[in-house]
Write a new protein. Structure first.
Length: 108
């Protein structure tokens, strides 16, 4: 169950990453409120996942999936550049997430 909560936290984190720019440096009240709410929700879900998962593993996977989602949405929605370097970095992040998941013992 903790892995499922961690994935949910990651989905919220990806949404949070996309909610930052519309705040216009926190000058727009409603987007800023949404940004803070998403950030708080992501961290709250992460803390629930950390009840059963090691802190280092949970946080590494949380930030890794967040990075993958943010870069992926940047490419898909904002036409961010696709380069060999970025794709290589994403590949290494995915490999690290898979390795961490497969080698982390939990009761969940």
């Amino acid at each position: 169950m903790s892995w499922l909560v961690l994935v949910l936290a990651d989905l919220v984190e990806v949404a949070w990453s996309q909610s930052i720019k519309p705040t216009a440096s926190f000058t727009r009240p409603l987007p800023t409120l949404a940004c803070f709410a998403l950030g708080a929700a992501a961290v709250y879900l992460l803390t629930i996942a950390m009840r059963d998962l090691p802190v280092g593993t949970a946080y590494a996977i949380f930030t890794g999936i967040g990075a993958i989602g943010a870069i992926g949405l940047g490419i898909a929605l904002h036409h961010d550049p696709i380069t060999i370097g970025r794709l290589s970095a994403l590949t290494l992040i995915v490999a690290g997430i898979i390795t961490a998941r497969l080698t982390t013992p939990t009761d969940s």
